[in-house]
Design a protein around this ligand. Structure first.
Ligand code: CTP
Ligand code: MG
Length: 222
């Protein structure tokens, strides 16, 4: 099995509110994207491609190993991953693709390894998940609680998400031009592909707001 990872790093990070694209924001002195790439390689990925904001290639190249390929991203995460997939050479060795968020810099290599193991075991699609600890409800348009799904069946979905390469490529090829999904498992599920789960890790949390970055700084310091 030869795994290539596409790292989605082309977002601006509007909710974090830094004066840099989020993937370049430092965590213990190193950009988030550099942490994310290192974790993927340590977990068993052979090659990494990073989708970056169109006007920021040089800044990303300066902080990543030279063998990491950079590809201009799109307006949405879905468009960025699509651009990454399109940039994989058709004849490349890769038979599985992992898609990861640069915004999950401290994802332990063990999580990457569990995703790869599920793919090696025959899963066509796999996501790392965690249990939901809060009661989680659906609200109506007025903000009133409309339903409370049983918590034992709910999971929080993380990245990296792993896919058989042709399954992922076919699912993206079937999407409308402007389709937008928050993750890649939703894209393959829309194509009718079952998605397996493996254990995620709290340390793979996504950095979205300033508080998340403070938590990650504490994690590195421990
Ligand atoms: N991403 C991307 N291309 C986009 C938007 C997002 O590659 N057009 C990436 C981000 O760089 C991030 C991941 O997708 O690593 C998850 O997205 P999110 O946490 O929402 O990051 P941003 O979109 O950058 O943040 P915000 O929504 O707060 O602006
Ligand atoms: Mg976003």
């Amino acid at each position: 099995m030869h795994a290539v990872a596409i790292v989605a790093a082309a977002g601006s990070g509007s909710r974090l509110g830094a004066d840099l694209p989020k993937a370049l924001v430092p965590l213990a002195g190193r950009p988030l994207v550099a942490w994310a790439v290192e974790g993927l390689l340590a977990g068993g990925v052979a090659e990494v491609l990073v989708t970056v904001p169109q006007d920021q290639r040089a800044a990303f190249a300066a902080v990543l190993p030279p063998e990491v390929r950079l590809v201009g991203g799109g307006v949405t995460r879905t468009a960025s991953v699509r651009a990454g997939l399109a940039a994989l050479p058709a004849d490349a060795d890769a038979d599985v693709v992992l898609v990861h968020d640069a915004a999950r810099p401290l994802t332990p290599p063990d999580v990457v390894a569990r995703v790869l193991a599920a793919l090696a075991g025959g899963a066509a699609a796999v996501v790392p998940v965690l249990p939901v600890v809060d009661t989680t409800v659906l609200v109506d348009d007025a903000g009133r609680v409309a339903d409370a799904p049983p918590r034992e069946r709910l999971r929080r979905v993380q990245t990296p998400q792993g896919f058989d390469r042709s399954v992922l490529a076919d699912a993206y090829a079937a999407l409308a031009e402007d389709a937008e999904f928050t993750d890649d498992a939703a894209v393959v599920r829309a194509a009718g592909v079952p998605v397996a789960t493996v254990a995620g890790d709290e340390r793979a949390a996504k950095i979205t707001v300033a508080h998340d970055l403070a938590v990650a700084e504490g994690q590195v310091a421990r």
